[in-house]
Design a protein around this ligand. Structure first.
Ligand SMILES: Cc1cc2nc3c(=O)[nH]c(=O)nc-3n(C[C@H](O)[C@H](O)[C@H](O)COP(=O)(O)O)c2cc1C
Ligand code: SF4
Length: 640
């Protein structure tokens, strides 16, 4: 044992001992000859470092490997760069693959992005997706696809308090990212790029800064729970301050931020040290004091109040489109908003569905990794619900979450989006290299730092055209894709155009995997809809975000099918709908709720905590296709 033990100890301390001996020898030489100071000083410094390492209490590795142990920290520090430049595969996503980043850089710089030799993707791998093309291709004049949000000049949306200043939006816009999370130069470059390319720039929840205003690009003003830019001294919503900014013609739409995919249900604190004079001015908060975003809004606490808040913002802004952004969480909360729309006849002009895969300046790792519905499922649910209650024509849907390429856009349009937002792609367009240290203030490319010296790296005059070009070239790629599919506008894309490989030998249309809802089906025919609607729709109330707990007055079991009968089971008449809506006025919890299949045996049952919630309540809503045989019947043509 003595031999190996001696060897291991001598390796551990060898570098330190060599330095100490060399320092000693160089000292002797220095004293004897008067030469060698050049060697002595660094060797003495290293020996001093070694002694410090041995006695410092924080790093075990340095106590055991004095001096040498610092190599580990150095390699750890440069690991992302080494990985990115030498090790990472072209298609490995962390979170964006080299291929995806390259496409953004090429399109932003306007250099050729063609692929020689053929695809690098494994077309035989599960989850590989493609668009079905047509022999009858089309020719589309312009890639500048646009949609009206908030009705149209000729035809305002129906309903109470309609929008009077609809916005003619591009189908690709810059997602919400605040000044504070982004540097002043990044905001300047993005806004100038948006102006030159005629698309919109979302301010993020940090308010409208002078950098947003300088170039005059269209703004979507996001109002978060901190009401930055429209708050009173106590942090509550201030109608006067809101109106002052909202009527500015540069502000085209108002977006209430309910949640963000990367950190749903999480507020935020910008430490006082980071609240510079400029950030304080943009947010309307005191300089140098911690700036807190609560995790929920104080301007509304029920779905009906949310609808009233929408009307208030619309009126205060002079009739501009008002909508909200959310990442879907509890499904009954989303349904409760829809019930509030039905009951109040107030609809948002738009809803932006953000996915769990979305980006953030900084988020707790558990929230970033394990909270929130991905955009595909969230978008599908929101689209289907609005179709199912007959409100889809009044509300435009935006989608966000790792959307980078023309195909990424096409997938979202097929799933029901009217437009897409992109955050990190536009960050890459202004130079982001995915170093992923945005929260430290040391961003190497000046995109997410407030350090004026680091921001110099981002030259606005050079990067603004890249923002415009990335936008134009991505939409041009979408145009080519639409042409080959025989279509003329993104709104013609449906789940029938996208095909997905399920296994080696099976492919399915997206329409079979993500089924579309029949108009008004939730109101007319709830019991024949997917389980997610059957289960959660009755739980939702327009008057509370909390689920309605049934206690008594349950609908009876249908003996033939051994399942509960929905009160609104047959085609619902206007009177029936009115009656259902009327019951929603009852205090919560109230005893007349219709369907809780899992509670059939115990009408008094009310779950007290998460562990006592029956499994069926947490069901994802996915149907058991094998059991119903529904899948094949629904889409026979997808067997290709
Ligand atoms: C640096 C950064 C800051 C962000 N700030 C906000 C914000 O203030 N408000 C918000 O709603 N979303 C914010 N987001 C989320 C984006 O708006 C978007 O929803 C998400 O990143 C999805 O888009 P992406 O995958 O294209 O980046 C931020 C994202 C990033 C990367
Ligand atoms: S370069 Fe790195 S630190 Fe800067 S924005 Fe991009 S990911 Fe964040």
């Amino acid at each position: 044992m003595q031999g190996p033990d001696f060897l291991s100890r001598s390796v551990r301390y060898s570098f330190f001992v060599i330095c100490a001996l060399a320092a000693l020898i160089s000292l002797v030489v220095l004293l004897a000859t008067g030469h060698g100071l050049f060697w002595f000083l660094p060797l003495a410094a290293l020996t001093g470092l070694g002694i410090y390492d041995i006695y410092q209490p924080r790093h075990a590795i340095l106590r055991n490997y004095p001096i040498l142990g610092h190599m580990r920290f150095f390699f750890e520090y440069i690991r992302p760069e080494i990985r990115q430049y030498f090790v990472e595969g072209d298609l490995e996503a962390e979170p964006f693959s080299r291929f995806q980043r390259s496409v953004v850089y090429q399109r932003a710089k306007g250099v050729p992005d063609v692929r020689p030799f053929g695809t690098k993707l494994d077309v035989g791998a599960a989850d590989y997706e493609w668009v079905n093309h047509s022999v009858q291709t089309t020719s589309i004049d312009s890639h500048d696809f646009r949609i009206w949000i908030g009705g149209s000049p000729d035809e305002p949306n129906p309903g109470k308090s309609p929008c009077t200043q609809p916005y003619d939006a591009s189908v690709l816009n810059i997602s919400a990212m605040s000044f504070g999370a982004l540097s002043a130069n990044a905001i300047l470059a993005m806004n100038k790029g948006a102006r030159d390319g005629s698309f919109a720039h979302d301010t993020g929840e940090g308010g409208i800064s002078r950098y947003h205003r300088k170039h005059g690009g269209d703004l979507i003003w996001e109002i978060g729970s901190g009401y930055f830019g429209c708050r009173d001294e106590n942090g509550a919503f201030s109608p006067e301050r809101f109106a002052e900014q909202a009527i500015d013609p540069q502000v085209k739409m108002i977006e209430i931020k309910i949640s963000q995919g990367a950190k749903p249900g999480h507020g935020g604190v910008l430490p006082g040290a980071k609240v510079t004079a400029e950030i304080a001015a943009a947010r309307g908060v005191p300089e140098g004091v911690d700036c807190v975003s609560p995790s929920s809004h104080s301007a509304f606490s029920t779905p009906m109040e949310l609808m009233q808040f929408i009307v208030r913002l619309r009126e205060l802004s002079g009739g501009k489109p008002v909508g909200f952004k959310l990442c879907i969480g509890h499904v009954w909360e989303w349904f409760s908003m829809v019930k509030a729309m039905l009951e109040s006849d107030i609809t948002p002009d738009f809803i932006v569905v953000d996915g769990a895969e979305g980006g953030t300046g900084a988020a707790p790792v558990e929230l970033a990794d394990h909270v929130g519905l991905p955009v595909q499922e969230g978008l599908h649910l929101v689209n289907n619900t609005l179709i199912g209650v007959g409100l889809r024509h009044r509300i435009k849907i935006g989608a966000a979450g790792k959307i980078i390429t023309g195909f990424g856009l096409a997938r979202m349009f097929a799933l029901g989006a009217d437009w897409c937002n992109s955050g990190r792609a536009f960050m890459m367009a202004v130079g982001c290299i995915q170093a992923q240290i945005c929260h430290t203030g040391f961003c190497p490319t000046g995109v997410t730092t407030q350090d004026p010296v680091r921001q110099r790296a981002l030259v606005v005059a050079d990067k603004a055209p890249r923002v415009t070009q990335y936008h134009a070239n991505t939409l041009n790629a979408l145009r080519e894709l639409l042409q080959s599919a025989g279509l003329t506008h993104p709104d013609e894309l449906t789940p029938y155009h996208i095909v997905r490989r399920i296994s080696d030998s099976r492919i399915r249309l997206m329409a079979a995997v993500m089924k579309s809802m029949r108009p008004n089906a939730i109101l007319d025919d709830l019991e024949n809809q997917q389980r997610i609607f059957r289960l959660y729709w009755p739980l939702a109330s327009a008057h509370s975000f909390a689920p309605r707990m049934s206690m008594a007055g349950e609908a009876p079991l249908d003996p033939s099918q051994e399942q509960r009968v929905h009160k609104g089971g047959s085609r619902a008449s206007p009177e029936q709908i009115a009656r259902v809506l009327h019951t929603l006025h009852a205090p919560h919890p109230e005893p007349q709720t219709s369907v809780f299949p899992e509670q059939a045996g115990d009408p008094e049952y009310v779950p007290q905590d998460a562990s006592s919630v029956p499994d069926v309540w947490t069901d994802s809503g996915a149907e058991d296709m094998a059991a119903t045989g529904e899948e094949d019947a629904a889409v026979p043509e997808d067997k290709q």
